[in-house]
Design a protein around this ligand. Structure first.
Ligand code: CA
Length: 465
């Protein structure tokens, strides 16, 4: 994913590496300059698709090693002063001093000098990360394509096998944390395609680089220190502490700080090893969701159908009603079943406009978004979990005829909306709730169905053609 971090919001940056596909950011959702969540309409074509499932595998053995790519030597697209090529070179030249200056903070966290020296001395920056930090891919994926890749038949089948294989552990974890096992395994499937390491970059080097070079230094200083704590406590073996360029590691992509907050030693060996112990992995992931507010016994949401003449202005994250109230407005569960817990609160999400499926999202959908703040991600997690349980594909079709807008087209649409008074802030090319609201207001003003779905025909209309 393109930028992934949303300090304080996301538990992991799921972005990169294997899960990459998932989160390539295209949204302003987080409000972060590096926001990580894809909006609904465009999912960047991130890295090549995830590796094949490696269920029981030896730590990462890339099949076809490709030579490491070097830093481009160019200034970052963000225009941030710390991303200027000259600033990056300067920071790289000062790398050792910068890391040493962090020693007192590490010492305060009870990291020993021996640990610090062993893992930090002699480190060189991985400057290729600077290119990745400012990448915003021009081409994107439609939501339906993104879901098809993440919720593929193969991923469904592998997940079902793993649920059987690990049943005994999952029974205990589900009992201890009250978090649906299908969602835990779904996170594993989406983040790393059931892989083991979740990346091949040494975490300490990635977070050291980001802590001393580029525009996210303050944020990554904490990740760097948390990584040292992991190494000092020997929770995860140093040779297995590998991950995405942003430092997310393990099958479910823990960031070092979220590891610190949520990881648990469920097998009782004294180490919190989310890489090499299935009990620790499942329990830590479940604990993360639990601590973020998971409601036991409830699901994430439902696909629903809307009645003719439905007021699309009701589809807004801030507009929550009970399922019973939604039913009173003519909203029905797709497929005809009823809502088992009619008093639960939900908001209506229509990710691909009035021609696509609609969803009522429950509290647990928001909890999944705390794991990774992207609606598309949370929808993939929830849907994959349902498929494990035997649920079918979505009932309503996606508007597959709609072309996906490129980055420059998305930016142009935002500029045009701003110029017409539908203010959505700085045009970034990332679509999120503010863009959706602006599109909706525009649609209403010209007599279209205000579903907030930004299509090519709307862009063309905005251009006055
Ligand atoms: Ca353990």
């Amino acid at each position: 994913m393109s930028e992934q971090f949303v300090p304080g919001v996301y538990a992991r940056t799921a972005i990169v590496g294997l899960a990459a596909l998932a989160l390539t950011n295209c949204s302003e959702v987080t409000g972060s300059t590096s926001g990580s969540s894809p909006g609904f309409q465009a999912y960047a074509q991130a890295q090549p698709a995830a590796p094949p499932p490696a269920v029981a595998p030896a730590p990462s053995a890339p099949a076809s090693p490709s030579p490491p790519r070097e830093w481009s030597g160019e200034s970052g697209a963000s225009g941030h002063p710390e991303m200027q090529a000259s600033a990056i070179r300067r920071a790289a030249a000062n790398f050792g001093n910068c890391l040493e200056s962090l020693w007192p903070l590490a010492e305060k966290r009870k990291v020993s000098r021996a640990t610090f020296d062993r893992h930090v001395r002699g480190l060189t920056p991985d400057l290729r990360i600077m290119d990745l930090l400012d990448t915003q891919p021009e081409f994107s994926r439609a939501l339906w394509d993104y879901l098809e890749i993440l919720v593929s038949e193969a991923r469904i089948a592998t997940g079902r096998d793993l649920l059987v294989k690990h049943k005994a552990i999952l029974d205990k974890v589900e009992k201890a944390y009250g978090v649906d096992r299908h969602v835990v395994v779904s996170i594993w499937g989406v983040e790393s395609n059931y892989g083991t390491l979740g990346g091949d970059r040494p975490v300490i080097r990635s977070v050291a680089t980001l802590a001393c070079v580029g525009r996210r230094q303050a944020y990554f200083r904490d990740e760097f220190l948390a990584t040292l704590e992991i190494l000092h406590r020997n929770d995860v073996r140093p040779d297995q502490l590998k991950g995405s360029w942003a430092g997310a590691f393990g099958p479910t992509q823990f960031m070092p700080t979220s590891f610190k907050r949520y990881a648990v030693d469920f097998d009782g060996d004294g180490r919190r090893d989310v890489v090499d112990s299935f009990p620790d992995l499942f329990a830590s992931t479940a604990n993360n969701l639990k601590r973020d507010g998971w409601q036991a016994g409830s699901t994430w949401g439902y696909e629903v159908t809307l009645p003719k003449g439905f007021d699309y202005m009701l589809a807004d994250r801030s507009n929550r009603k009970t399922l019973r109230e939604w039913e009173g407005l003519g909203v029905r569960r797709a497929g005809g079943a009823g809502f088992p817990r009619p008093d639960d609160q939900a908001f209506l999400l229509i990710p691909a406009g009035s021609q696509g499926p609609a969803f009522l999202m429950l509290h647990n959908f928001r909890v999944i978004m705390r794991y990774n703040p992207a609606e598309a991600y949370a929808l993939a997690i929830g849907h994959l979990a349902d498929r494990f349980r035997g649920g079918g594909p979505f009932v309503q079709p996606w508007p597959r005829h709609e072309p996906v807008l490129s980055l420059s087209e998305r930016r142009e649409m935002q500029e045009l909306l701003n110029s017409k008074g539908f203010n959505l802030g700085e045009p970034t090319g990332r679509f999120g709730p503010r863009t959706r609201a602006a599109v909706r207001d525009y649609q209403r003003s010209v007599g279209l169905i205000p579903d907030g779905f930004a299509t090519a025909s709307i862009l063309s209309r905005l251009r006055g053609r």
